[in-house]
Ligand binder design. Structure first.
Ligand code: GDP
Length: 449
């Protein structure tokens, strides 16, 4: 999906990540690469401009500059802005379908011929039945192409929804109203209306669909657009959006080697959220659209960015810097520092949470290690440290047998566990010595390679 764009952007992202220092010059160079990649993928120029200007502004901002890993922080900014561009700023509700409080809810489908409208009606019916347990009726208002009516009947049967037959001699508005009446009488939750498409923008077609819209008052008016059509897709989206109060966009054929421009600019141009993406010819090939996940995919990073997000939540930069400073001036890594690191790990959602977000091959490398168990262990270690006096935490060498027994009782564990915790602490202490300051942040940096 969007392979060319992804390949190009992944390359820039890699360079960006590796930059320990962001200067005006190297930032500008990286953004130039991003800009070119987007333009080459046919993303609409105004969308590219706005995107780049927002990234640039944030790149010079405090959060990126003061980050211990500015390159990584810049990647985070690019991801966020890409997600925003595709609608993340509209909030998570925006890409959800609305359902009428008083069924049947009407979904009106609009779009040019050949973009995948009829296929999408079938996919949507299947999706609504399976994900939302809705009873769905479909109808075709395309009286110009008998084949279109037959095609809708076929896909509807394939997904096991109900079909309202229409005839080429009927008027589109009458067909739609009759279907709506039928849906009410037969307790359908949803009526999906497929409409006639033309090869290009056509005044008569626009009037017809506007009349349909006025007659059935749909809760959703979805514009179906073929992602392979690049800039053309955007132009038709704009024309339809001007003629009809669209509530959302369905991008089809994202599985093709589309250049991706439509996915990245249709929201910007129309202001309407992308609600679904078609990812195969088959009727199960419909995905609810998630701008943030799409941005990750486009940047070629799987869910690794979710990991960076978690790390950002967890790692308190000030604490990490203080520790680095303390070790640098010859201070010793003690149990308080150890506890701090355990807590940061917990803030990141624990080991099992982090593990989930690693790329597949890294998860395999960990080879089924039981992360839930490890998380429990972390909590127990924290409990043990909590049972120590401040003096013991600062000077672990004070902890002899009798103190160990007291601590174990306080934490509700066996003495062996206190020993094990102390051994782990000593290992960490030795590692810290080797790293000579920086601790966790340095480890994370070295992990990134
Ligand atoms: P309509 O004229 O807009 O109703 O378009 P159709 O539903 O007849 O689809 C046109 C062609 O696009 C058909 O060959 C579909 O199988 C194909 N198609 C629709 N959606 C997708 C998709 O998401 N991915 C792929 N690869 N093909 C699709």
């Amino acid at each position: 999906m969007l392979d060319n764009l992804t390949q190009r952007l992944a390359k820039v992202v890699k360079t960006m990540r590796g930059e320990a220092r962001l200067t005006e010059a190297n930032t500008a160079e990286m953004l130039r690469e991003v800009r070119l990649a987007l333009l080459e993928a046919d993303v609409a120029l105004p969308a590219v401009r706005e995107f780049i200007s927002r990234v640039k502004q944030k790149a010079l901002g405090e959060a990126v500059i003061s980050s211990l890993t500015p390159g990584q922080a810049l990647v985070g900014v690019v991801q966020q802005e890409l997600a925003s561009l595709m609608g993340a700023d509209l909030g998570p509700q925006a890409s959800q379908l609305s359902f009428a409080t008083q069924p049947p809810a009407v979904i009106l489908m609009a779009g040019l011929q050949g973009v995948g409208k009829t296929t999408t009606v079938g996919k949507l019916a299947k999706y609504l039945q399976e994900q939302h347990k809705k009873k769905v009726l479909t109808v075709s208002a395309d009286v110009y192409r008998p084949a279109a009516i037959a095609q809708l009947q076929a896909v509807t049967a394939q997904v096991g929804a109900d079909f309202f037959p229409s005839h080429v001699n009927d008027k589109p508005v009458e067909i739609a109203l009759a279907a709506l009446d039928y849906a009410k009488k037969h307790y359908h939750d949803i009526l999906i209306i497929d409409t006639a498409g033309r090869l290009g923008i056509d005044e008569a077609m626009m009037q017809e669909i506007a009349a349909l819209h006025g007659a059935v008052k749909p809760i959703e008016t979805l514009f179906v657009v073929d992602a392979m059509l690049g800039q053309d897709a955007i132009n038709t989206a704009k024309a339809f959006n001007d003629a009809l109060p669209l509530t959302g966009i369905v991008l089809t054929k994202l599985d093709g080697d589309a250049r991706g421009g439509a996915a990245l600019s249709v929201r910007y141009i129309t202001g309407k959220p992308i609600k679904f993406a078609g990812v195969s010819e088959k009727l199960d090939g419909l995905e609810a659209f998630d701008p943030s996940r799409m941005a990750n995919r486009i940047l070629g990073m799987g869910d690794i960015l979710a990991l960076v997000e978690e790390a950002r939540k967890g790692v308190d930069v000030k604490t990490a810097q203080d520790l680095a400073q303390k070790l640098k001036v010859g201070g010793k890594f003690d149990l308080n520092d150890f506890k701090m690191q355990l807590m940061q790990m917990k803030k990141m959602g624990g080991l099992s949470n982090l593990m989930d977000k690693l790329p597949a091959q890294m998860q395999q490398a960990a080879n089924g290690a039981n992360m839930d168990q490890a998380d429990k262990q972390v909590r127990r270690m924290e409990g043990i440290i909590n049972s120590m006096t401040l003096q013991e935490r600062a000077k672990p060498e004070l902890i002899k047998a009798s103190r160990k027994r007291r601590i174990a009782t306080g934490a509700g564990v066996q003495v062996q566990e206190v020993n094990r915790m102390l051994a782990q602490f000593e290992q960490m202490q030795a590692m810290m010595k080797k790293l000579k300051g920086g601790g966790m942040m340095k480890m994370m940096r070295s992990m990134k390679g």
